[in-house]
Design a protein around this ligand. Sequence first.
Ligand code: CA
Ligand code: CA
Ligand code: CA
Length: 211
Amino acid sequence: MRTLMIMSLLALTSGPVAAASWQIGDNDGYGIGICDNCSHPFNGATANFDGRSAAEMAATDGAQYTDTYSTTHPGYSPHGSETVATFHFTGLGSGWALGHLEIDMADFQATAFGPVITTFNGIVQDFSYNDGFPNTLIHYYTLTGAVLDSINATGELTIVVDRNASVDFYGFDYLKLSDVAAPPVPEPETYVMLLMGLGLLGFSLRNKKLA
Ligand SMILES: [Ca+2]
Ligand SMILES: [Ca+2]
Ligand SMILES: [Ca+2]
């Protein structure tokens, strides 16, 4: 009886571990409600868009680089002569076994204009996206073992996006870090197959009724 009570208590107190997440910048569509995986109305010639809130302008964790276009692009961005955007996640603790980063990005064109050089805690990542102008796209970035180890060692994740080898115009809406694996993205073909399957089922049931 006593063992049973202890086990019940353990079940009540442990339960499933909730996923935690940390976010830099608001998911507010670049400050003007641009929809996800959509297209933006930024001027492709002057690229001087600034949709930041007052809090984002005053931020030091990297939110100051969100909602601007083209961010850290001297001559075109509201960040003056800065060429590097740094996003700093803190208070991450240790015990990370899985993790992914969700980034809402605008208009990356690595092949045409040169890729940005991006590091996660100093570890080089592939950010050579070709989403095209004027597209916005959410990317899900699975953290590698080396990056997870570096988070566990420091409790932090510093993301550096250096545009010195790139002349691309681009922007960020927000960055969200989670300590779970990336959510599966359903393939459009899956829906088509499912709909076809349901249609066939309906057809055969109808035929059975008629028979
Ligand atoms: Ca904003
Ligand atoms: Ca671009
Ligand atoms: Ca935003």
